[in-house]
Design a protein around this ligand. Structure first.
Ligand code: 0X9
Ligand code: ZN
Length: 450
C-alpha cells in the first residue's frame, strides 16, 4: 500500500493552498493573508447597529440591472448578486433602508433577510468569549480564530509533526503581516505513521499506474481568506489541515471591522482603503465585473498585481511546478465554480473534465450533510468577475483543475455563519476535495479506485 502524495497549503491572511503529489510523498500547505488590523480600543471597532440585510427579487432584467447600478452608485454593500435566483442581498443602514424600499421598481419583491447585523456579530462574539478560549485540540473547530491564534495553530502543527509539515511565509501583506503557508508532506523514505495510515484511506494510490505510464507528480493548492470577512473559508481549510495532521487551537479575539472584504492597501482616495484581491489577478484584468472606483468593494486596483498579496500568491502558485489543482475558498452561496469569470463566452479547453469533476465533487459534498451546491463556470453561475484568481491559475499558471468554491450558507447568516457550522462545513467540503483528488488521480494517472 502506498501513501499518496499530497500537499496542502493554507494561508492566514487571505490564502490557503494545498498541493497534491504523486509517488509516496504526501504534501499539504496552507496560506493566508487578509486580516484587518486588530482594534486598539473598543471605540475603534466598526459597529453595524440597526443595519439589515434586505433581499430583493426582481424578474425583469432591465429593472434588475438598474437596481444593481443604483446600489453600486450609492456605494451600498451587495452581499449577494442575483445570479441564479434573481434575488440580491444588500446591507443597508436604517436611513438607506427607507430610500431602498421607496425606490425599488414595482416588479420587485422584497423582505428582510437579516434583521440586525450587529446583534448577530455580538452573538458570535459572546459565544466565542464564553467558549473555550484556550481550547486546544478537541474544541478548536467549535470557534473562529484570530490571525495570531491561527499562526499558533500552524506552529503547533509544525512542532508536533516536524517530519511531515513545513511552515513558511511567502511574504508580507501591505500592513506587514506574514502570509503563512504550510506544506504537509510525507517523505518517500518515511514509514507511514499512524496518522498517515489514517490518511491513506483518503489519499491512497497504487504504486504504479494501471496503464503502465509514468505517473505525474501532482500538487493541490488550496487558498482561503482572499476576502477577509468570509471567515468560514479560513476555518474550513484549517479543518482540513487538522484532519490530516492533528488538532490544536487557542483563544478568541475580535477584528476591527467584521464586514471588511478587501486588502488594507491605500488607494488614490484617502477615505477608501483596499483593493479587492479577487479582481487584481493578471489574466484579463479590467475586462468587466470589476470596478475602477477605489471605494467599491470590487475595486480592481490601479494595475494587475498592484496588490502585494495577490502578487505574492500568484508567484507562489507559479513556483509550484506540479500544481494540478487550485481551489479558492469563499463564502457564501454554496457554489462550485470553474473558469472563466472574465469572459462569459470563453470556454476552457478542459471543460469536460472540469464539469465532470465539479458534478462529482458536489455530489460527494451533498452526501455528507445534504447540503446542495450548484456547479458551473463563474460567469454563468454567479456573475462576470475579471481579475479573479481561478482564471489566472487556469490560463496563465496552467493549473488544469482550477476552481473557486462559495461555501455555506445561502444567506440566512451569510458572512456571519455560526461557529457550529464550521465542522459540518469542513466535513462536507473535505469530502468534495477528496473526491476531486481521486478523480484527478484516475484521470491523469489512469489509477482506478483505491
Ligand atoms: O466576487 C467574488 O470575488 C466571489 N464571490 S464573493 O461573494 N466571495 O466575493 C466570486 C469569485 C469567483 N471567482 C473568480 N472570479 N475567480
Ligand atoms: Zn469572496
Amino acid at each position: 500500500m502506498k501513501l499518496i502524495p499530497w500537499a496542502a497549503l493554507l494561508s492566514l491572511t487571505t490564502v490557503h493552498a494545498a498541493s497534491l503529489h504523486q509517488q509516496q510523498s504526501a504534501d499539504y500547505s496552507v496560506m493566508q493573508s487578509q486580516v484587518p488590523p486588530l482594534p486598539t480600543s473598543s471605540s475603534d471597532i466598526v459597529r453595524y447597529d440597526d443595519e439589515k440585510v434586505m433581499e430583493a427579487c426582481i424578474n425583469n432584467t432591465v429593472d434588475m440591472q438598474n437596481t444593481l447600478d443604483w446600489i453600486e452608485s450609492n456605494g451600498w454593500d451587495l452581499w449577494k448578486h442575483p445570479s441564479a435566483d434573481n434575488c440580491l442581498h444588500v446591507r443597508l443602514n436604517q436611513h438607506d433602508q427607507d430610500i431602498f424600499l421607496q425606490n425599488l421598481p414595482a416588479s420587485a419583491e422584497h423582505r428582510v433577510f437579516i434583521s440586525n447585523i450587529q446583534s448577530l456579530i455580538d452573538q458570535q462574539q459572546k459565544i466565542s468569549a464564553a467558549g473555550v478560549g484556550n481550547d486546544t485540540t478537541a474544541n478548536y473547530h467549535a470557534h473562529y480564530h484570530t490571525y495570531d491564534e491561527i499562526i499558533t495553530f500552524l506552529k503547533n502543527i509544525s512542532d508536533t509533526y516536524p517530519d511531515l509539515v513545513q511552515l513558511f511565509s511567502i511574504g508580507k501583506t501591505y500592513e506587514g503581516r506574514d502570509i503563512w503557508g504550510i506544506t504537509i508532506k510525507s517523505k518517500k523514505a518515511r514509514e507511514p505513521t499512524k496518522l498517515w495510515m489514517k490518511i491513506k484511506d483518503y489519499f491512497i494510490t497504487p504504486s504504479n499506474s494501471t496503464n503502465g505510464k509514468k505517473k505525474k507528480e501532482m500538487e493541490l493548492i488550496m487558498h482561503g481568506g482572499q476576502h477577509a470577512r468570509e471567515w468560514i473559508s479560513v476555518a474550513t481549510i484549517t479543518y482540513f489541515i487538522d484532519t490530516l495532521c492533528s488538532k490544536y487551537g487557542q483563544d478568541k479575539h475580535i477584528t476591527k471591522d467584521r464586514m471588511w472584504r478587501k486588502n488594507r492597501q491605500p488607494t488614490s482616495f484617502p477615505f477608501c482603503t483596499g483593493i479587492d484581491l479577487n479582481r487584481n489577478w493578471g489574466y484579463e484584468w479590467n475586462r468587466g465585473g470589476s470596478s475602477p472606483n477605489p471605494c467599491s468593494e470590487a475595486y480592481m486596483g490601479p494595475a494587475a498585481f498592484a496588490a502585494v498579496e495577490t502578487k505574492l500568491m500568484a508567484d507562489f502558485v507559479a513556483s509550484r511546478q506540479h500544481a494540478m489543482m487550485y481551489i479558492d475558498f469563499h463564502s457564501y452561496s454554496q457554489l462550485w465554480m470553474s473558469p472563466f469569470g472574465s469572459d462569459c463566452n470563453e470556454r476552457p479547453k478542459d471543460e469536460e473534465d472540469l464539469t465532470e469533476l465539479s458534478l462529482g465533487a458536489t455530489r460527494a459534498l451533498k452526501a455528507v450533510h445534504g447540503t446542495s451546491f450548484a456547479a458551473g463556470p463563474v460567469c454563468k453561475i454567479i456573475y462576470q468577475a475579471s481579475g479573479g484568481s481561478l482564471d489566472w491559475t487556469y490560463a496563465v499558471a496552467n493549473v488544469k483543475y482550477s476552481f473557486a468554491a462559495e461555501l455555506r450558507d445561502v444567506g440566512q447568516y451569510g458572512f456571519l455563519l455560526p461557529e457550529n457550522q464550521i465542522v459540518p462545513s469542513g466535513e462536507e467540503t473535505l469530502a468534495a476535495v477528496l473526491f476531486a483528488a481521486q478523480f484527478i488521480n484516475e484521470r491523469e494517472n489512469g489509477n482506478k479506485g483505491h
